[in-house]
Structures are given as structure tokens and as C-alpha cells.
Design a protein around this ligand. Structure first.
Ligand code: NFS
Length: 684
């Protein structure tokens, strides 16, 4: 049910402590209060969400309305029922989310084509091995051909997926065979990415599809065009052009901004320009230009998924997640915030007017009134990147007082599925076997993917933190992407041994043995497709069933706010996952209209589970999400015939036991200490 607290008008502004658990955010919100400046937090307090629209009881698809269905049994002017309206609203959101991710993928495919033809200044093919592997999966000839020839064919294939009218989007062949057969049987395999999005809009135009089950069926097809289409293409091409991520040391939180440097914050989602800004910021010409302006150089950092893209590959620090974009400006230390697409608040420009920060838009698709527009073009990328950095440097002398919070945390991101595979098995026997074995033995109880946004209606980072902490203690391995991963980074869960005193005994043993953090940062939100790939490879490895829905795993987006999150949730459900979203349920009207209005929610829970083995639920209580996640994992373990999870069986090996031996044998002879140690090793 919806959270009462989120929809009733707030009588008072939340204190910074109530608004966020992050000390840097609290400090900046206190500054905003002192300066009399608003942020998304204070606007959320002042503006109660519409309690009709929030639960999907409003239809504004034609000019006979908007129709608000607040009484039991009433319909819209055209006769539309509440379940039709809710299903239409939902699929429209899925279509928008799928379009956003996929258009990002399309742009990357065009960049790959330009690189293959030598037309993209400053770019090259960084991961030839991945290019060859991916191309071979689609039957593109790789033997005896140059990387550019292969990349040209792969780019053509990928570009064609968007406008394709018939057939099957190519990346679907990478799903487990059984899942592909199921999708074929149910008729939800996407034909072409754009086609499914357009059909979603057509079906929801006034007077078209009115059966909520039929509408939700197409929501699945539209979302699959994202997860096993546009997003997967975006991840592949980013890896091929910019390198497949591997662990690297990074930092996160506003404390990464530097007092003596020109701070340029990149914000948005596309890696293309930000990768070039990284290169340009190290260019001797730019360094000299910054020094001439009195700064030590240019310091780049990121917000949202652009941050994740350059953090994963180059270790460029993340200044914060979604709700920290305005707070970065409040520090007074940002010369330029360079934005591309998605998750960019319009409030940035007005806020920046009170500071010296320049907001620079770069995408032909996104302009903000009052911002400086320097349009990005991959054919002249390095030149444009240098122009942007020079504009930021020119702004450095205008800097006034700064107030950079002293909070930042180290992290190790970069866990691509390729790296996880290598890490578990080594160079010559890369394999998911150790992970599957650990789950089968019960050392790892299951896997949770915790993803998605932060939302000012929910105490910032609090649900991400509560769920991550609780599941780790229960020996659940956590993988994360997007703003959730940045939340965990700030909490210290992404740093090698740093979190190991906070995880269950079995998981701790695995982390110590393999040398991984208990939370694996897998990238940006388009990189949720890496999670699909990991699940597919776990299935292929054997012992955890023959399809994704049998793996003891769950997906959670506890603080989501974006339509992209609904598309991700839907393609994960269709891939077999149990997905829980935080906050209120956008398709569960309440009050007078309960009898009809729960049809859509019920179908997402029961109907989708029957069809796909996965289901979607909206829950406002993180504790309930934890309880259901563990119950689901245990039920999947039982269905596979795996031993019941028992934490008392583990935790006697690894670094913890070595520490105990050290303690127990303090003062003993070397031989006695060796005997104790070897005895421990033999007992493993
Ligand atoms: Ni995802 Fe990444 Fe963050 Fe939410 Fe926005 S940045 S694409 S939508 S807010 S996780």
C-alpha cells in the first residue's frame, strides 16, 4: 500500500537529518537553509504529491478529460475503467524508460560506426577482445579481419535493431534458451526497439487497447526491447569503445571536489563526451591553461550514471548520486556542471545563478533555458571537450567562498560480468563455478541486485542502506548499479575488506577468499544488463536450475523515481526475477475505487509470476522488502533441493579464523603456531 507519509502535505520542512542519512548532504542542506535556497528536498516538502495521480487514478490522454476516477464504479468520459487507465499509464512510463535507455544505445552504436570508419576524433576501439566476442555471438566473421572491419559490421547490426520491423532484436539470443522459448511462446520477443515503443504509444492513444492484461503484455515486450535490446547494446558498445570495466580505486561524495582545482562535474548518462573530458583534462595544453588561471589543474567528478561510467573505467570520483546534483553547486566550488541527457533537474540553472557555476548543456536533445549550450559532436569530440574545459577554467577567477563538505569514501568499482567471471576462476578457467558452488553449499544464501535512484520523498540513501546492510548480514551477495551503488560507496561497502565486519559469516569467507567487496558495483543503469548476463551465465554453469526464475535471487529499487526504473523492473520480471520497488504503488488506486483498481497490481504480482516466474511489487517498508527478499531466496533454494541456509556452518575459515589463531597462540612457539594454522587449513 502507499505510504501515507509520502502523500499527505507536510506541515513542516524536514530537518537535514530527516532528509538524508549522508553527512555531506546534511551539511549542504543546512547551508541551503542558511542561505534561504531551495532544493529538491525542500520542494518535496512544500509540494505534496497529487494523491489521485500518484496511484494512477487520473487519465489525461484526451481533451475530454483529464478524468479523475475517485469514486467506486465511475469511469472516464469515454468509459475507460480504472484498471485500463492504470495499465495505460504504466505502459507509457515503460515506453519512455525504454526509449531513454535505448536512444542512449543508438547514439553509442552510431559512435561505434564513426570510430570504425575513422571519423570520430580521439576515440579508438579499446576492447578488441570484447568486440570479437560480441560480434561472433551474432555470426559476424571475425577471423582475419581488422577490429575496424568487425566494428563496422557490428555497428550496422546494432543500428538496425532500432528501426527493425520484423524478426527478433539480436541480443535476445544471449538469454537462456528456455527463456527465449518462453518469450517466443508468449509472443513478447521484441521485433525492433523503436517499433515496440511506437506500438506502446499507439495502443495507449485514446480509443485503442483497453484490456489491462493485453496492455501489460505489450509493456513486457517494450521493456524487453530495452533490457535485451537498447540497454544491452549501450553496455556492449561502451565496453568496446571505452574498455570493459575492471576493479579500480575510486572515491565518492561531495568531498571529492577540490579547493585548489577547477572543478568540472559531469552529470547525466552518456559516456561518450565524459570519456573525452577525462582525456582532455590531462592534456598538457589544458593543464597549462588551468595553471595560468591560478588553479592546480582540472579536477573532474561525476553525478548520476555519467559518474558511474567514468568511475568504473578510469576511477574518476563520483561527487554523488541523483539528489546531490544541486548540492554540488551549493559548495560554491564547481566552475562548470556539464550535462548530457536524463536525470538533470531544471532547478540547476536557477540555483547556479546565485553562484558562479556555469551549467553547460551538450546534447542536441536536451537544452535548459539559461544554460550555455556547447553541442557535442563525436566527430570533433576532443576539440569540443577542450572548449568546454576552457570555458570552465575561464570561470575559475569568478569563484567566491567555498564550502566543500569533508566527506568522501574510497571504493572499488568495476565489476563487469567479464571481470567477475575471471575473478572467480582465473585467466585460464574463468568460470561462475565458485559462485554457484557457494550458493549451493549455503555459504552464500542468494544474490540481490539493489539498483535505481534516490527520491526526495524517501529519506535519501536510507532504504538503500537499510536493505543492503540487512541482506549482507544474511549472507546475501549484493550487486548494485546506478545511484544505489553510489549510496553504498558512500557507506563503505564497496571497499575490499572495509565492509567485511558487517557481513554474514559465509559471505565473508567467500569475499576474503576471492578478494572482493561484499557489494559489487556493476556500473550505470544501462549496465543492469550485466546482471542479466551474470544470471544467464550462472544458469549455464549448472546447479541452479535451467532458467533465471529458478536462481535464488531478487531485484530491488528501494528509492526509485524514474520511468527508466519501471522499464528495468518490467524486463527483469519478464526475465524471471522477483522485483520490489520502494515507495508508493503507482497503479494501485485506493479509497473508493479499491475493488477495480487492484486488478493491475494483482496481475503484476500473480499474472506475471504465472507467465514468467517473476513478479513486481511496490512496498513502502524496507523491512518488509528485506523479509520478502529472504523468504523468496529461501523458497528458491528449497525448490532447487539446496540445503537450508544455516549461518552456523560457516565463518570458521578465512581471515577471521586466522586472526583468532593469532590471538589464541600469542606467545607460543613458531612450531605451535604453525601446527594450529595447518590444523585449521586441513579442517577446511
Ligand atoms: Ni538510473 Fe542513472 Fe540515478 Fe535513477 Fe537517474 S542516474 S539511469 S534513473 S536517478 S539510478
Amino acid at each position: 500500500m502507499a505510504d501515507e507519509e509520502t502523500r499527505t502535505p507536510r506541515r513542516k520542512r524536514r530537518t537535514p537529518e530527516e532528509a538524508s542519512i549522508d553527512p555531506a548532504v546534511r551539511e549542504m542542506l543546512a547551508c541551503a537553509d542558511l542561505m534561504g535556497l531551495g532544493t529538491a528536498f525542500s520542494r518535496a516538502d512544500a509540494l505534496a504529491p497529487c494523491n489521485i495521480g500518484a496511484v494512477g487514478m487520473c487519465c489525461s490522454l484526451c481533451a475530454m478529460g483529464p478524468c479523475r476516477l475517485t469514486k467506486e464504479g465511475i469511469t472516464g468520459v469515454c468509459g475507460a475503467t480504472i484498471d485500463t487507465i492504470q495499465a495505460r499509464n504504466f505502459i507509457r512510463s515503460v515506453a519512455a524508460g525504454s526509449a531513454a535507455h535505448s536512444d542512449h544505445g543508438r547514439d553509442l552504436a552510431f559512435t561505434l560506426k564513426a570510430v570504425a570508419n575513422g571519423e570520430a576524433e580521439g576515440y579508438s576501439i579499446r576492447d578488441v577482445a570484447k568486440l570479437r566476442t560480441v560480434a561472433a555471438e551474432y555470426g559476424i566473421a571475425v577471423k582475419g579481419r581488422t577490429p575496424e572491419e568487425i566494428a563496422n559490421d557490428l555497428a550496422d547490426l546494432y543500428i538496425a535493431q532500432f528501426g527493425q520491423q520484423r524478426g527478433t532484436v539480436a541480443p535476445v539470443v544471449r538469454a537462456p534458451k528456455k527463456r527465449q522459448n518462453l518469450w517466443n511462446e508468449l509472443g513478447v520477443v521484441p521485433r525492433g526497439v523503436d517499433r515496440e515503443v511506437v506500438e506502446a504509444l499507439h495502443r495507449t492513444h485514446m480509443g485503442d487497447d483497453q484490456d489491462h492484461v493485453h496492455l501489460l503484455h505489450h509493456a513486457v515486450r517494450t521493456a524487453l526491447a530495452d533490457g535485451w535490446g537498447g540497454s544491452m547494446i549501450a553496455t556492449d558498445v561502451s565496453d568496446i569503445l571505452f574498455g570493459t570495466p575492471a576493479p579500480v580505486l575510486g572515491e565518492a561524495n561531495l568531498g571529492v571536489l577540490k579547493d585548489d582545482m577547477v572543478n568540472v562535474v559531469v552529470h547525466g548518462h552518456e559516456p561518450t563526451l565524459s570519456q573525452m573530458l577525462v582525456a582532455a583534462s590531462q592534456d598538457p595544453e589544458i593543464v597549462a591553461y588551468a595553471k595560468a588561471a591560478g588553479a592546480g589543474g582540472v579536477s573532474l567528478s561525476g553525478i548520476c550514471c555519467t559518474a558511474n561510467e567514468i568511475l568504473m573505467r578510469q576511477g574518476i570520483p563520483a561527487a554523488g548520486n541523483f539528489l546531490q546534483q544541486e548540492l554540488a553547486i551549493l559548495t560554491g566550488a564547481v566552475e562548470a556542471m556539464v550535462v548530457d541527457v536524463q536525470c538533470i533537474m531544471q532547478a540547476l540553472v536557477v540555483l547556479a545563478e546565485g553562484f558562479h557555476t556555469k551549467i553547460i548543456t551538450t546534447s542536441p536533445k536536451v537544452k535548459l533555458k539559461g544554460a550555455t549550450h556547447i553541442e557535442f559532436d563525436e566527430h570533433r569530440a576532443l576539440t569540443i571537450a577542450k572548449d568546454i574545459l576552457k570555458a570552465a577554467i575561464d570561470n575559475y577567477p569568478n569563484r567566491g567562498e567555498t564550502r566543500i563538505p569533508a566527506y568522501k569514501n574510497s571504493l572499488i568499482p568495476g565489476f563487469s560480468h567479464e571481470y567477475i567471471n575471471y575473478m572467480l576462476g582465473g585467466s585460464y578457467r574463468a568460470s561462475f563455478r565458485p559462485l554457484n558452488d557457494a550458493i549451493m553449499a549455503g555459504r552464500i544464501r542468494g544474490v540481490a541486485a539493489i539498483v535505481g535512484c534516490t527520491n526526495p520523498r524517501i529519506q535519501h540513501d536510507s532504504s538503500h542502506a537499510a536493505i543492503t546492510e540487512a541482506l549482507l548480514k544474511q549472507d546475501v551477495l549484493v550487486v548494485e548499479t546506478g545511484c544505489s551503488a553510489i549510496a553504498s560507496a558512500k557507506l563503505g561497502f564497496l571497499l575490499g575488506d572495509a565492509g567485511l565486519d558487517r557481513v554474514g559469516p559465509g559471505l565473508r569467507e567467500v569475499c576474503e577468499t576471492v578478494g572482493i567487496p561484499p557489494v559489487l558495483h556493476m556500473g550505470s543503469c544501462v549496465d543492469n544488463t550485466r546482471i542479466l548476463t551474470v544470471l544467464t551465465q550462472m544458469v549455464a554453469e549448472g546447479g541452479l536450475g535451467d532458467d533465471i526464475d529458478q536462481v535464488p535471487a531478487v531485484g530491488l529499487a528501494p528509492e526509485w523515481m524514474s520511468e527508466k526504473a519501471l522499464s528495468i523492473a518490467t524486463y527483469c520480471v519478464a526475465s524471471g526475477a522477483y522485483v520490489m520497488m520502494g515507495g508508493h504503488n503507482p497503479v494501485e488506486g485506493r479509497g473508493d475505487t479499491v475493488p477495480d483498481s487492484v486488478l493491475v497490481s494483482d496481475y503484476m504480482r500473480g499474472g506475471w509470476e504465472e507467465a514468467y516466474g517473476g513478479k513486481l511489487e511496490f512496498l513502502d517498508d524496507p523491512q518488509e522488502m528485506i523479509r520478502r527478499a529472504l523468504a523468496h531466496i529461501d523458497a528458491k533454494r528449497e525448490a532447487l533441493g539446496l540445503p537450508k541456509y544455516d549461518p552456523t556452518l560457516f565463518g570458521r575459515s578465512g581471515d577471521a579464523r586466522l586472526g583468532e589463531i593469532e590471538e589464541e597462540t600469542r606467545g607460543a612457539s613458531l612450531e605451535e603456531r604453525q601446527a594450529a594454522l595447518y590444523g585449521q587449513v586441513a579442517a577446511r
